[in-house]
Design a binder for this molecule. Structure first.
Ligand code: NAP
Length: 288
C-alpha cells in the first residue's frame, strides 16, 4: 500500500510552474497576474485566500487581494467583477466562496469573464470541460487527476466509483475520468443510491467526496482498490492544541491496509487544490 503524498506532488508542480514563469519573465514578458476578491471576514476564507496569495508569490505571479466588507451589495461586487473583466493586466481572478447570504453566488459566477475564470465555476467552463474541450477545470477535480497522473495509476478500463455528485467535486471528476485518455467506467453514488456499500465494493478506484467523517469503512473496499479521500470534516479532539482535528470521508485505519494507494487527510487532495489554481492562472496568461 502506498500513501499518496499530496504535498510532494504539489511541490513538484509548483516547481514546474515557477520554472515556466521564470522563463517568461527572462524573455521580457510580464508574469501571470491573479486577483482574489474576498467579501466579508470569514476566518476559513481568509486562510484560503492567504494561502493563494502566498503560493502566487512562490511561483512568481503578481497577485493582489481585493477585500470588501460583509455589507457589500451584489451590485457593488458585480461592478468590481466588471472592472476585473476589463483589466488587461489581470489574467485570472477568483471570487472566494461562500459569499454573504444576501449575494446571489450564481449571478456573480456567471458575470465572470470565462477566459479569466480560473476557478472553473462558470457554466461555459463547466460545459467545455464536460465536452472535453479546452477549459479551466476546477481545482479539486484537477488536483485529483494530477495525483493519479503523478503516481502513474492506471485508469483505462477501471471501474471508478465516485461518492458524491456536487458540481464542484463529484460530478466533474466523474465526467473527466469517463473521458478519452482516462477511460474509466464510472459510477456516481449519492444520498439516494440503493445498496451503496455493494456498489462501492465494485470500485477499482473509489473517490469519496461526501463530507461525512469516516463514512467509507473497510468492508466497502475491494482489496487492492485505489482510494481518494476528498472529504474534510472538523471534529473536536482532546489531543490537539486547537481542540479539533480533520477527518476524511474514509476510515483510514480500516481502509488503508486493503487499498493499493490511498490519500491521507490532511496531506492528500487538500494541498493540490491551490496548485491547480496556479496551473489555471498560468494557462489564462498564455490563453486556453
Ligand atoms: P456537497 O456539495 O455537500 O456534496 C456532498 C455529496 O455527498 C452530495 O452529492 C450528497 O448527495 C452526497 N452524500 C451526502 N450524504 C451521503 C450519504 N449518506 N450517502 C451517499 N452520498 C451522500 O459537498 P462537496 O462540496 O462535494 O464536498 C464534499 C467534501 O469534500 C466536504 O467534506 C468538503 O469539505 C470536501 N472538500 C475538500 C476539498 C479539498 O481540498 N480536499 C475540496 C472541496 C471539498 P446528494 O446530492 O444526494 O445530496
Amino acid at each position: 500500500m502506498t500513501i499518496i503524498d499530496g504535498k510532494e506532488v504539489a511541490a513538484a508542480l509548483r516547481k514546474e510552474i515557477a520554472a515556466e514563469v521564470g522563463e517568461m519573465v527572462a524573455a521580457g514578458q510580464r508574469p501571470p497576474c491573479l486577483v482574489a476578491i474576498l467579501v466579508g471576514d470569514d476566518g476559513a476564507s481568509q486562510t484560503y485566500v492567504g494561502n493563494k496569495e502566498k503560493m502566487s508569490a512562490e511561483v512568481g505571479f503578481s497577485s493582489r487581494v481585493l477585500r470588501m466588507p460583509a455589507e457589500t451589495t451584489e451590485e457593488e461586487l458585480l461592478r468590481e467583477v466588471e472592472k476585473l473583466n476589463a483589466d488587461p493586466e489581470v489574467d485570472g481572478y477568483i471570487v472566494q466562496m461562500p459569499l454573504p447570504r444576501h449575494i446571489d453566488e450564481q449571478r456573480v459566477i456567471e458575470a465572470i469573464d470565462p477566459r479569466k475564470d480560473v476557478d472553473g465555476f462558470h457554466p461555459e467552463n463547466m460545459g467545455r470541460m464536460a465536452l472535453g474541450l479546452p477549459a479551466f477545470v476546477s481545482a479539486t477535480p484537477d488536483g485529483i487527476l494530477s495525483l493519479l497522473k503523478y503516481y502513474k495509476i492506471p485508469t483505462a478500463g477501471k471501474h471508478c466509483v465516485v461518492i458524491g455528485r456536487s458540481n464542484t467535486v463529484g460530478r466533474p471528476v466523474a465526467n473527466l475520468l469517463s473521458q478519452k485518455g482516462w477511460d474509466c467506467t464510472v459510477t456516481i453514488c449519492h444520498s439516494r443510491t440503493a445498496n451503496l456499500p455493494e456498489v462501492v465494493r465494485q470500485g477499482d478506484i473509489v473517490i469519496a467526496a461526501i463530507g461525512k467523517a469516516e463514512f467509507v469503512t473497510g468492508d466497502m473496499i475491494k482489496p487492492g482498490a485505489v482510494v481518494i479521500d476528498v472529504g474534510i470534516t472538523r471534529v473536536p479532539s482532546a489531543e490537539t492544541k486547537s481542540g479539533w482535528r480533520l477527518l476524511g470521508d474514509v476510515r483510514f485505519d480500516e481502509v488503508a491496509p486493503k487499498s493499493s494507494y490511498i490519500t491521507p487527510v490532511p496531506g492528500g487532495v487538500g494541498p493540490m487544490t491551490v496548485v491547480s489554481l496556479m496551473k489555471n492562472t498560468l494557462k489564462a496568461r498564455k490563453g486556453l
